[in-house]
Design a binder for this molecule. Structure first.
Ligand SMILES: Nc1nc2c(ncn2[C@@H]2O[C@H](COP(=O)(O)OP(=O)(O)OP(=O)(O)O)[C@@H](O)[C@H]2O)c(=O)[nH]1
Ligand SMILES: [Mg+2]
Length: 327
């Protein structure tokens, strides 16, 4: 499997235009034929397009030059050179395309099929036939093709998920993702098992919910502690945030505020998203103590759902809720 990559710099070079031809008609019994050099073909463009077959940028190679085809030369008998083929580079939906030198955002490829031309192919040169005039019957020159555009491009992926799982390390985020989606994330009994975001999908006929499992966040993550916050870019576009807090957490309100605080240092607006609190691993908690914690959170107007990915408790209720929230 390709390595997970959420940003990469590549170089792109569009095709050079083909040169126009210098050629004169040669036919038997016609000693002095006129000019018949055709135009060169246009160089191919480099296009970047969103495609659902990729979840990250791991298939691309850093600093590699991706080249489109050059245009063909013009030929005698007024034959036009062939246009160079475009090069289409496929990336996952959610990829932002930036000019790496200026930082300008060239496109935000949000939906499947969205595309942007990042380097235009050069125009083909005109053949000598083009330059024939009444006073200049036999031009012996043609244009060279124009060079193709070159650019250094930064690709930056923001996974397009509908729902994001946010929580301290080891609270069972990945286990939940595995329980309710098709994803097969790594799960283990130690913090920071998840090093890169996982994306899982719940399908119900035509309707699909995409869920992103984000690496664990700890207090001070905005200062680079733990794995930091850079992965939060993947939940910038989610509609629903599920705060995952262990059912045995002695102070869930404190944990919640900590998580929200870290989110807001990344993006002020994130803590205001529609959200729900999941009390994970509820099978491990004492029922009375858990109820107290839930009451405490509900008093603060939070929606709370105790779940257990181990026993399956309330996971179906959660899925129902997500589908209705997404309506
Ligand atoms: N008893 C019980 N254990 C659980 C449950 N869900 C997860 N676990 C266990 O908790 C541990 C951590 O689970 P993970 O899913 O890897 O936790 P995570 O939040 O993804 O952790 P990081 O990726 O490190 O942030 C594993 O040993 C799981 O088996 C649950 O519902 N009940
Ligand atoms: Mg995990």
């Amino acid at each position: 499997m390709a390595k997970f990559k959420d940003n990469i710099v590549i170089k792109v070079r569009a095709g050079k235009g083909g040169a126009g031809a210098v050629s004169f008609r040669r036919e038997k019994y016609i000693p002095k034929g006129g000019p018949d050099g055709g135009d060169g073909g246009k160089g191919g463009d480099v296009i970047i397009q969103a495609w659902q077959g990729y979840y990250n940028l791991g298939h691309l190679f850093k600093d590699r030059v991706y080249k489109a085809q050059n245009g063909g030369f013009g030929m005698g008998q007024n034959r036009h050179g062939q246009d160079g083929q475009d090069l289409i580079i496929k990336v996952p939906a959610g990829t932002q395309v930036l000019d790496a030198e200026t930082g300008e955002i060239l496109a935000d490829l949000v939906n499947e099929g969205d595309m942007v031309c990042v380097a235009k192919g050069g125009m083909g040169g005109k053949g000598n036939a083009f330059f024939k005039t009444a006073t200049h019957q036999a031009p012996r020159f043609a244009q060279p093709g124009m060079p193709g555009q070159e650019r250094v491009v930064l690709l930056n992926l923001k996974l397009i998920a509908d729902v994001g799982l946010v929580g301290l390390p080891n609270v069972g985020k990945s286990t939940l993702l595995k329980a309710i989606t098709n994803a097969q994330p790594k799960i283990a009994d130690y913090p920071f098992t998840t090093l890169v975001p996982n994306l899982g999908v719940i399908e119900r006929g035509e309707r699909i919910i995409k869920i992103a499992d984000i690496p664990g966040i700890i207090e001070g993550a905005h200062k680079g502690l733990g794995l930091g916050l850079s992965f939060l870019q993947h939940i910038e576009r989610v509609q629903i945030i599920l705060f995952c807090i262990e059912a045995i957490d002695a102070d869930p309100l404190y944990t919640l505020l900590l998580l929200k605080e870290e989110l807001s240092t990344y993006n002020k607006e994130l803590p205001q998203r529609t959200s729900m609190i999941l009390m994970t691993k509820s099978d491990m908690a004492d029922a009375a103590a858990l109820n107290k914690r839930i009451e405490l959170l509900e008093k603060e107007k939070y929606t709370v759902l105790p779940i257990s990915s181990l026993t399956g408790y309330n996971t179906d209720v959660l899925v129902e809720k997500l589908f209705s929230l997404m309506e």
